[in-house]
Design a protein around this ligand. Sequence first.
Ligand SMILES: *[C@@H]1O[C@H](CO)[C@@H](O)[C@H](O)[C@H]1NC(C)=O
Ligand SMILES: *[C@@H]1O[C@H](CO)[C@@H](O)[C@H](O)[C@H]1NC(C)=O
Ligand SMILES: *[C@@H]1O[C@H](CO)[C@@H](O)[C@H](O)[C@H]1NC(C)=O
Ligand SMILES: *[C@@H]1O[C@H](CO)[C@@H](O)[C@H](O)[C@H]1NC(C)=O
Ligand SMILES: *[C@@H]1O[C@H](CO)[C@@H](O)[C@H](O)[C@H]1NC(C)=O
Length: 569
Amino acid sequence: MAMLWSWASIFLVAIGGVNGAPSMSSYDFGYEHNAYGAHPLTVFKSAEELEVPKLDMVQSSKSCESSLYTLFTPRGGATHEAQATIIDSSGDLVWTSGWHGQQIYNLMAQDYKGERYLTFWAGNDAVGGHGAGTVFMLDKNYNIYKEVRAAYGLDADLHDFRITENGTALVTVYEIVQHDLKEVGKNHAGPVWDCLIQEVDLETGLAVFQWRALDHWRLTDSYRDIAGDGEGTHAYDFFHMNSIDKDARGNYLTSSRYMHSLTYINGKTGEVIWILGGKRNMFRDLSNGNATNFAYQHDARFSGNDTITIFDNGVDDGHPDIAPTRGLRVKIDEKAMTAEVVTEYLNPHKIHGLSQGSFQTLPNGNVILGYGNSAAFTEYSNNGEVLCDTHFGPESMFGTGGIQSYRVYKYEWHGYPTTTPSTAIRRNSSRNWNFYVSWNGATEVSKWVLQGSDNITSADEHWKELARTKRVGFETAFELHTSYPKYLRAVAMHSEGHMLGMSTPIDTLAVEDQLTSIEGFTFTDNDLSMTQVVMGLGGLFIVGILLRMGISAWNNRPRAYWRLPTKPN
Ligand SMILES: *[C@@H]1O[C@H](CO)[C@@H](O)[C@H](O)[C@H]1NC(C)=O
Ligand SMILES: *[C@@H]1O[C@H](CO)[C@@H](O)[C@H](O)[C@H]1NC(C)=O
Ligand SMILES: *[C@@H]1O[C@H](CO)[C@@H](O)[C@H](O)[C@H]1NC(C)=O
Ligand SMILES: *[C@@H]1O[C@H](CO)[C@@H](O)[C@H](O)[C@H]1NC(C)=O
Ligand SMILES: *[C@@H]1O[C@H](CO)[C@@H](O)[C@H](O)[C@H]1NC(C)=O
């Protein structure tokens, strides 16, 4: 079966080539139809515990931003545990981590007091489509720098967390309040999810600004029916705030999924300045309705003073057939009160973004859309041309929530993990023995050095360089020959020649024993025959003798052995 799928994908690649498209297309039919399961994984021999989605890079182009990493948070019914994940532009893993089995949303890299942090929300998202949790800030060593909660003892919601240039953070907060439900046809007061903007001082944890949707919006403005909500413990989610932005004038822009609108709010008084879209839209639409007809949208941001970008879902789980999902760039004129479509960003596979989703304008002008509940992200040129299109789960699962990521963003990031590199000695699929090394989160490794010693001590003079190779992707392999010292370790080198870290030594003889028992390894195998083992052991013996003989020579070596000038590769 797998054979069939790969033939199909080769066929599709061939067609893509014949069409001569400016970007490369390769649609893996098998991948997209669960030939590798509902949640295809990439496995690393040196880090088997990591849960990393296998990608189908459906379309790729040199015009995609390659200097930034892609940050996303795969989670969902088909996954084992939600992950905060960083990959590079070739799709190779850079860092991934679960968070104590909690749900993870909204992974970003943000600046605070001159330092860059990874920020994300972790907590329980089964609170009516939003969350009760905490925002974490991790420093460049992946240590917790700060845990941020909402002010006034409230839970931080998962939807947004933006650090401002002034050391505050914009946080979405959901709070149940009792509200008169007469206007929506119920003769009593009942629980309603109010939505709050909080701007929180990150140092003191105090709110410097707070705004409540219920002070400015009526329940009847919502497109979401109350149905059985507003009773008992079922609060009515009438507004569903999902993004907060603040502009140079100090005013706020917030997106409401169920109002189908954006609210622009005076940063001093909290008064509503204008509303774009929805039942209370104040703008004249110069695009025959297309600038203001967005629905169930997410991630509304200013992009320049008079332009706003939106991930327009167009649909939601209850209303799947209204409109195509699109990225939308809208120009507004606050004097004339007009709105006009500048660019629409349409997915080549016509994904319906039933929930979640993100829109980010990159520094080079490209746009990246994350498709939320469908495991896909697409990079576009500023004028809407599709450049790169990546799936991190099968297309047949789109819309099911099997694998999803609330948002997908691209950022610069430099990570220096305090862990040690991970190593393993394994045979690969062509049955060659290799020494594998990887280092979860390390972004600055340029080369790996394989060192060997017959003495487990970490004293440098006992270790000698056996091989050196350029880091290739997340995991780098060294081919092993039949003779090698008893202990092997890998040293990570920076491009400027200094050491970044080293693995704990592997006892190669113990590994061989283990593999013999685990993999049913037999000495009749061609790739490591008895003769070779004997030769290997003999080699070891000789290496041992040579080591002893050369010990005085060793002692004359520079002490910090890895600071030797790097050999050109
Ligand atoms: C930061 O503070 C300055 C001075 O008070 C203000 O003008 C600016 O709008 C603030 N920026 C944000 C994003 O809050
Ligand atoms: C509005 O969008 C519809 C559907 O996408 C399209 O057919 C129509 O041409 C658009 N109108 C304008 C004025 O852009
Ligand atoms: C945007 O508005 C701010 C504040 O009014 C102003 O300082 C800035 O020059 C404007 N930028 C552009 C590109 O018009
Ligand atoms: C290993 O190295 C340590 C420290 O240099 C030394 O004391 C010890 O004798 C060595 N062991 C062997 C077996 O060479
Ligand atoms: C297996 O490892 C050998 C030695 O490093 C390498 O030459 C070969 O390409 C590898 N095979 C596969 C399928 O990766």
